[in-house]
Design a protein around this ligand. Structure first.
Ligand SMILES: [Zn+2]
Ligand SMILES: [Zn+2]
Length: 177
């Protein structure tokens, strides 16, 4: 979806606040073991995001209408301010947090939600940088730019991971040329 300048930047303001809010909600006056359990859940949620990112990109954004045509706009106009609005993604994360709290308890759900949202925020930073920032050849960002540029080639079916190339390697969609 095409966004205004402020709409495009909203993720970078709203998500740090949401992550801090979820952390405070879970950890306020928490005991040390509960804090440790929360951190363990963060350590699961953070890498779990990379699989969600891959899954959503490969099978939802590239296949399921109307997401397919919305994402096609980003493929056509790579530097335009196109993305998922914060007012769509944030309620989904918060709904997931509430559902997980019912299923797994407040501490685990708080850690998982904080880890997943941190993963999403890192993804948003990287995807923005990949399209809008220059990178020194040989740097990590340069390699991420090359990997994502290959995904953007017309007709390409590769490199669906933006924040990580791991799932492309595991699921056979990695390409380096
Ligand atoms: Zn794509
Ligand atoms: Zn892109």
């Amino acid at each position: 979806m095409r966004l205004s300048k402020w709409g495009y930047q909203a993720d970078f303001v709203v998500y740090p606040l949401l992550i801090a809010g979820v952390a405070l909600h879970t950890l306020w006056a928490a005991t040390a073991p509960r804090g440790a359990a929360w951190l363990a859940a963060v350590a699961v949620g953070l890498p779990a995001w990379t699989l969600i990112e891959y899954t959503l990109h490969r099978w939802v954004l590239h296949r399921v209408p109307p997401f397919r045509s919305l994402h096609a706009q980003h493929h056509e106009h790579q530097r335009a301010l196109i993305g998922t609005p914060t007012w769509v993604s944030a309620p989904l994360f918060l709904g997931l947090w509430v559902a997980m709290a019912h299923a797994a308890g407040r501490t685990t759900a708080g850690g998982l939600a904080a880890g997943l949202m941190t993963g999403y925020l890192i993804y948003a930073f990287i995807h923005d940088a990949v399209h809008h920032r220059a990178a020194r050849p040989g740097s990590w960002l340069f390699r991420a730019k090359v990997r994502h540029a290959l995904h953007h080639r017309p007709g390409a079916h590769c490199n669906f991971g933006v924040s990580s190339g791991a799932w492309d390697a595991v699921l056979g969609t990695a390409a380096d040329r």
